[in-house]
Write a protein that binds this ligand. Sequence first.
Ligand code: XMP
Ligand code: MG
Length: 197
Amino acid sequence: MGQAKAMADGSWYDTDIDHVIISEEQIREKIDELAKQVAADHADVKDGILLVCVLKGAVMFMADFARSLGRQGPSTEMEFMAVSSYGQGTTSSGVVRILKDLDRDITDRHVLVVEDIVDSGLTLSWLMKYLESRSPASVEVVALFRKPDAVKVQVPTKYVGFDIPNEFVVGYGLDFAERYREMPYVGVLKPEVYARS
Ligand code: XMP
Ligand code: MG
C-alpha cells in the first residue's frame, strides 16, 4: 500500500508537514503582485533588469517571478549566485563564502537580488555590500519571505512578499537537509521529522 496510497492521496511530503504557513495559491497571487510593483517602478529602465538569484533557496521564486515580470514589465536577464554562511545548523553567522560568483560584469546595471527569505539579514547584508562594490546603477532586493522577529541587521528590502513567524520553514525552494524544496507551498515540519534525521 504505502507508496501507492501516498501518491493517490497527495504527495510524499504532505504527511511530514505539521502546518501550512503560506499556500500555493497565496504564493502565486503574491508573486504577480510583486512583479507588478517592480514593473511599475522600472518602467523607464532601458537596458532591462538584471535579476540575481541566490541559490538554492530562491530557485522556485526566481522561475515564477521572472515569468510574471516578463508578462508585465521590462526585459530581464538572469544571473545566479551561490553563497554559504559559515555557521552551525540552521543559524547564519554573517561570514559568507561565495560558492558560485556572478558570470558577468554588473557595472551600470539595475540589479534586483531575488532572495528566498530574510532571516537574521546577515547573508543579505553581506551580499548587498559585495554587489554595491561592483558599481551597478542600483541594487534592490525582492524577498518572498521575511522573519521580522529574527532580524539582527536591518537590510533595506524594497519588496517583501510575506512576513512570517520566526519558525524554521520548508517548501517552495526552502529545504531541510536538501529535501522539501519541491513543495509548492511553505510549511513547518512535524517535530518527529527532526527526531528521525
Ligand atoms: P540570514 O539569517 O542570513 O539567512 O538572513 C538567510 C538564509 O538562511 C536560510 N534560511 C532558511 N532556510 N528555512 C530554510 O529552509 C528557513 O526557515 C530559513 N530561514 C533562513 C535561507 O537560505 C536564507 O537565504
Ligand atoms: Mg537551506
